[in-house]
Design a protein around this ligand. Sequence first.
Ligand SMILES: Nc1ncnc2c1ncn2[C@@H]1O[C@H](COP(=O)(O)OP(=O)(O)OP(=O)(O)O)[C@@H](O)[C@H]1O
Ligand SMILES: [Mg+2]
Length: 261
Amino acid sequence: MRLEVSNLSVRLGEKVLLKDISFELESGEKLGVIGASGAGKTLLSLALAGVLPEKFETNGQILFDGSDLLTLSPQELAEIRGDHIGFVFQEPRVALNPLQKAGRQITEALTNHYSLTKQQRSEAATRLAEKVGLTDIDRILNSYPHQISGGQLQRVAIAAAISTEPKLLIADEPTTALDVSVQRGVLDLINSLSRGLNIATIFVTHDIAVLSQIADTVLVLDGGKPVEAGTLAHVLTSPKHEVTRELIEAARSAEWGTKSE
Ligand SMILES: Nc1ncnc2c1ncn2[C@@H]1O[C@H](COP(=O)(O)OP(=O)(O)OP(=O)(O)O)[C@@H](O)[C@H]1O
Ligand SMILES: [Mg+2]
């Protein structure tokens, strides 16, 4: 898989919400997108997944293996999205259906694609639950979202996102709602999926400490504009932009705060 984004801009009426975003990403690579609240991270994730509502005007190019997602028909776009792009939202309790058991939600996308018998569906749910490191699988698959923990739920959401073996995984702050130890487990999971399945990952966060555990390359957004880009090591050791320095400083003081407790 190769994703080539050039001069992607998004406007809403007169307002420019994203401006001139360009980057490239290949299978197995992980891009971390970081910026303060309102920087445009979620809009970028939605634009890349081709799910921005129509009121947003999008310009530029999003080449997914050579096809421009911005010029495809809705039907073609839905096919690429369904087959090749997995999406994980920040808050799994909001993203998942409260009235449907976890097992069913994990295999939802699969059954939209293939006709599976009940038996095949249940085997697929178990296999995916194992892949994302869930334990107590039978109980979890038969539970409603309110009956399982936040960390387990985020694993369920990731299992659903990788069920169709996507080439690209877009995760919008998938660990922000979780406490630090659970967060670490989910980051380890995304790292191992990216390696094991050779998935390309776009990982959104506002936390540079999280970013440093996951990203190979980094894109820093501020007010919808790209203000810094480069390898993780380069951005961390020689940040050029004020915004990047502030994010690094914020992570340092958070760490200091934890240690002094
Ligand atoms: N549906 C919408 N209608 C109008 N403006 C929007 C809409 N969604 C987002 N925006 C605006 O676009 C800008 C970027 O929003 P976005 O949600 O992408 O920020 P973000 O970086 O994800 O922030 P956060 O860290 O708080 O999630 C903000 O100024 C926001 O107010
Ligand atoms: Mg957001």
